[in-house]
Design a protein around this ligand. Structure first.
Ligand code: ATP
Length: 289
């Protein structure tokens, strides 16, 4: 038997860091939503007690370092599953881009294996398993739009933002999330984005309000280190995107655009100097709905 799952990329409409905790993690406040750019996982049951990962993408680990492998191992151990699984990852989400590709693959593996092995695990329990794999995994289990707090694992679902186009552009550099958080001085952040303003704009279906409320405190760390990210932001604004922000710890920059007629100009303008550009829609609905 085989099952298939889509693993969409996430963007942060808002990313704030409140403080560094005594356990070394940062206390964050984020608004996350998903975009229609997705990896695809094919999962096939194996009679042998083994986990095999394959992918056409040459630059991700295929062993126990792969987050989909870790998800399969965790679910097998916790629910004493004796069968094995072959997982093929069709990667479309750029790697180490700030789009949570690995986390979404892990979440999709949890959802898919729950179905493949008929385990009947409820979403909340899958999310708790996901939290053991990474802070963004619980959100990726259900998707939709949510406020994430704590390490990112405490979730409060909210309405989806008004539908729009999302232009994503990734400069040819890889940014390590751990490195960016490691360099952040949480006590020196001078300007925090307003979660209340973002939630009010989303609730009011106010697209331009969402654009005005975009904010990511990690830009203060990533932009000075990688000037090409700032250049992409400037270019997107100049080309007419309505709201522009770096996603996660970067280096991907996204632009929200309400009018379809602007897309070709922005896309082509960016493609002039950046190879990886995508024009997609917000995903909106929760996974499985
Ligand atoms: P986040 O925004 O959650 O930090 P990211 O988009 O910046 O994530 P990923 O694409 O998840 O980063 O990749 C981060 C690292 O995780 C990569 O360097 C890669 O080696 C490793 N990795 C493990 N499993 C996967 C996977 N299934 N897909 C992509 N990368 C993976």
């Amino acid at each position: 038997m085989k099952v298939y799952e889509k693993a969409p990329a996430k963007i942060n409409l808002l990313l704030d860091v409140l403080r560094k905790r005594s356990d070394g993690y940062h206390e964050v406040e984020m608004v996350m939503t998903m975009v229609d750019l997705a990896d695809r996982l094919e999962m096939e049951e194996l009679p042998r007690d083994t986990i095999i990962i394959s992918s056409q993408a040459g630059f991700i680990p295929l062993d126990e370092k792969n987050l989909a492998f870790q998800a399969a191992k965790l679910i097998k151990e916790r629910y004493e599953v004796k069968q094995g699984v072959y997982i093929h990852l069709d990667k479309k989400i750029p790697v180490a881009a700030g789009l949570a590709g690995g986390s979404s693959d892990a979440a999709a593996a949890l959802r898919g294996l729950n179905r493949l092995w008929r385990l009947g695990i409820p979403d909340e329990e899958l999310q708790a398993l996901g939290a053991e794999l990474g802070s963004d995994v619980p959100f990726c289990v259900t998707g939709g739009t949510a406020i994430a707090s704590g390490r990112g694992e405490r979730l409060q679902p909210i309405a989806n933002p008004p539908q729009c186009w999302v232009i994503l552009a990734k400069p040819p550099i890889n940014v390590s999330t751990a490195d960016i958080y490691g360099r952040l001085r949480a006590d020196r952040i001078t300007e925090h984005p307003s979660l209340a303003d973002m939630v009010q704009a989303i609730d009011g279906h106010d697209f331009y309000g969402v654009c005005r409320s975009l904010g990511n405190v990690l830009e203060d760390v990533t932009l000075p280190l990688y000037p090409e990210v700032q250049q992409l932001k400037d270019a997107m604004v100049k080309l007419g995107a309505d709201g522009v922000l770096m996603s996660g710890s970067g280096p991907t920059v996204f632009g929200l655009v309400s009018r379809e007629s602007k897309i070709a100009r922005i896309y082509n303008g960016l493609r002039g100097f950046c190879k990886e550009v995508y024009a997609v829609r917000l995903l909106g609905s929760r996974q499985g709905s």
